[in-house]
Design a protein around this ligand. Structure first.
Ligand code: OAD
Length: 245
């Protein structure tokens, strides 16, 4: 009944914005951070801090090779990504704001995707800002180039936001403007625990959006959500899209 009511609300809304976290990609085989098998149970977050990259760039890159290999397995979008793409194509979703760096929303066909934490398939030069393919650089690291450097001599960094770094300003501004204008703000597969991205659902609610949360676990905003669906996104989002479209 909740999903039907949420679908009616989405269909009637003028502006619907989705905000996604690692939980939309677990069904694709990508671990989340704070769920049961989350990465932060296995990794020290200090190793993902920009301080660590600056202090020991070679070690930083070498330490990530195993994880990169695990994540490089052939992954593709799952029914949750596909449902969001379907909602957008049908004109019932303005944009997907994502904290994920896996590129799976675009792979599923979502067109307006705002990536707040970057894209792990690229690297960026810390000096000249040039971006290039990450797998080619990881190959160079495997072959012994440590740390990998840009043609300009600058240090290369995975093009993802590390702890201690700012979010990309343009992406965050766009996300905030979408949050302020949303009639329905659909937060899915995120623990909603990491600032500043997690401030977006609060901003949306403060500007009058109906807040809907789909997540296996409770979140700090669950109490404030008009719809609080504690269930699997790969089940809920396709049912929602079926009902709306
Ligand atoms: P989290 O790991 O914090 O939260 C993912 C949430 O999704 C958890 O509450 C899980 O219970 C839930 N979940 C997992 N699989 C699900 C499924 N199939 N259906 C429904 N819910 C599911 O991930 P994020 O909220 O994305 O930052 O974390 C935010 C940021 O913290 C990440 O972007 C990353 C991390 O530090 C950076 O790397 C900059």
């Amino acid at each position: 009944a909740t999903i039907e009511a949420l679908a009616d609300t989405v269909r009637a809304a003028e502006s619907v914005v989705a905000f996604t976290g690692a939980g939309v990609s677990t069904a694709s085989g990508i671990p989340d951070f704070r769920g049961e098998d989350g990465l932060w149970n296995r990794y020290d977050t200090n190793d993902f801090h920009v301080r660590r990259l600056r202090a020991d760039p070679a070690g930083f890159w070498v330490d990530r090779l195993d994880l990169a290999e695990e994540l490089a397995a052939d992954v593709g979008p799952n029914p949750a990504h596909e449902a969001l793409a379907r909602l957008e194509a049908a004109g019932h979703l303005d944009a997907v704001v994502t904290q994920n760096v896996d590129g799976l929303h675009r792979a599923a066909g979502s067109e307006d995707v705002i990536e707040l934490h970057g894209d792990r398939s690229r690297v960026v030069c810390l000096d000249c800002g040039d971006r290039s393919d990450a797998e080619a650089v990881r190959e160079r690291v495997r072959d012994g180039e440590r740390p990998p450097r840009c043609d300009c001599g600058g240090l290369l960094k995975p093009d993802v936001v590390l702890f201690g770094e700012q979010l990309p300003v343009g992406a965050m501004q766009r996300a905030q403007s979408l949050a302020r204008g949303a009639d329905v703000f659909l937060a899915v597969g995120s623990s909603l625990s990491v600032e500043p991205a997690a401030g977006l659902p609060r901003t949306a609610a403060a500007h009058g959006a109906t807040l809907a949360i789909v997540n296996l676990d409770e979140t700090p905003l669950s109490d404030r959500a008009a719809f609080d669906v504690r269930d699997d996104v790969t089940d809920v989002l396709p049912r929602l899209a079926d009902r709306v479209v």
